[in-house]
Design a protein around this ligand. Structure first.
Ligand code: UTP
Length: 319
């Protein structure tokens, strides 16, 4: 990680009048849940129908008005950056063939946003990865989008989070409701009603505590933290004060909990749309099937095949 000069902690609402215009996508993790597929191919580049996961995530950021995206990359992950670069040779070949559709499709990633990169030299945890963004982000609020999950483009989440952070300052999280058996897989929040409890139809809560992966009995609610955050710049100073936590990694949750305990307001939006989690094989396969079923020019045929396959597949009980 590059060395950054220490910046003073900002007061909780010091940036409440500023809007997040930059996004950080941490994508330097080891992706152990997807080995061996991810030994040489970053999980962020696994294809979902015809685009890599990371393109959906950058598209989600740009649809929320963000045009400056910092990718936190690591060893063996530079091919992620190539995806957002121009490919003059390939473009020339497609242009010669008059294949305008594919030409537009391969140019699109390079036209989405200004993509910057920063290297996390060792995968020391999500908090550490976000800390690598300090010199790029500066003293402004910013969005963080985890590199292996995204939400349905027809039911966006980030614009409401950015709006809320611009009004309330502090930290804005997003939650999804999970069944009791699944609380042990997520960060779970304790919450109380917020002063402003609904924004454009979305439910808003005030966060009073965060617990990492509690059992069903210990979970303070069924609200699990989803991989979208809008953070104030004071998070960088908190990350520097955060000691390695669960798994020996510097956890973003611990740095956020520190700010919360020190008085930074933390709000959350309860998201009830579809979230795709591509970080492990089951969620990835579900995302492939869901997106293929919806894709224009493919969905009808794929759904018909899928129905037949499920009805006829050996070992699949017909219902
Ligand atoms: P995950 O825990 O889901 O990713 O981190 P991982 O560590 O790559 O995967 P597993 O758990 O070993 O299978 C969430 C996001 O944070 C990034 C990951 O790339 C992912 O997008 N991350 C995690 C970093 O950038 N650096 C880290 O040190 C850890």
């Amino acid at each position: 990680m590059s060395e950054h000069a220490a910046t003073p902690a900002t007061t909780p609402t010091a940036n409440a009048d500023q809007r997040a215009v930059k996004a950080v996508i941490p994508a330097a993790g080891l992706a152990t849940r997807f080995l061996p597929a991810t030994k040489a191919v970053p999980k962020e580049l696994l294809p979902l129908v015809d685009r890599p996961v990371l393109q959906y995530i950058v598209e989600e950021a740009t649809a929320a008005g963000i045009s400056d995206v910092l990718l936190i990359t690591g060893r063996g992950k530079t091919s992620m950056v190539d995806h957002f670069d121009r490919q003059p040779y390939l473009e020339g070949r497609l242009a010669d063939k008059g294949d305008q559709e594919r030409l537009a499709a391969i140019r699109r990633p390079s036209e989405l946003a200004e993509i910057y990169t920063c290297r996390q030299h060792e995968p020391l945890g999500l908090g550490h990865a976000v800390g690598c963004a300090q010199s790029h982000v500066g003293n402004e609020p910013f969005a963080v989008l985890l590199g292996d999950e995204f939400v349905d483009e027809n039911d966006p989440l980030l614009p409401a989070m950015i709006d809320l952070q611009a009004r309330a300052g502090g930290i804005v999280l997003a939650f999804m409701e999970v069944p009791p058996a699944e609380t042990k897989r997520y960060g779970i929040a304790s919450v109380e009603p917020a002063a402003e409890s609904v924004q454009n139809g979305a439910e808003i809560v005030r966060v009073t505590g965060l617990v990492e992966k509690p059992s069903a009995e210990e979970a303070p609610s069924n609200l699990a933290v989803l991989g979208r955050y809008v953070l104030p710049p004071s998070i960088f100073e908190a990350i520097k004060r955060t000691k390695p936590g669960s798994g020996g990694e510097i956890q973003l949750t611990d740095a956020m909990a520190m700010l919360l305990a020190e008085g930074t307001p933390v709000h959350g939006i309860v998201y009830r749309g579809t979230r795709y989690d591509t970080g492990a094989p089951l969620g990835y396969l579900q995302a492939v099937v869901q997106i293929a079923c919806q894709r224009e020019g493919l969905g009808d045929e794929f759904r018909a095949w899928l129905k037949e396959f499920v009805a006829d597949a050996p070992g699949v009980p017909s219902t």
